[in-house]
Write a protein that binds this ligand. Sequence first.
Ligand SMILES: [Zn+2]
Length: 148
Amino acid sequence: MNTLIVACPSCKTKNKMAASKQHLSPRCGKCHTPLPMAGYAKPVELTDQDAAQVIREADLPLLLDLYSPNCGPCRTMAPVIDRLAHQFFGRAIIAKIDTSTNSLTARHYGIRGVPTLIFLKNGQVVDQIVGALPEDALVTKLNNFLRS
Ligand SMILES: [Zn+2]
């Protein structure tokens, strides 16, 4: 699990939090000012150790990007996934997992190739996309998924 460091706009304290908690309206640990999370939004980087729990406990629809660092189309998708984390902040959890080091999760979802994008609601797979997708097509797909 990756963490985010967010500077408090009021007292400048640097707050550290688990990426999976970023949408839960976090406040500064020192002065309790609400933190301006939208500008810091990042994909939640999962591992075999925490993926099942984060997916089970997700209180928003979740998009999981299963990728491998050695795959060209995956590298093309990476900045798109980063932008989705900003664009859909507060509406969806954007997560990713490196399948080259986390094969259990890839096997659990029966992944045959990367990138594979999985759409989950309440821990259940609703839809999936195998292969890279243009950004506008993915945004449309994600919007439809959130409305469904
Ligand atoms: Zn503060």
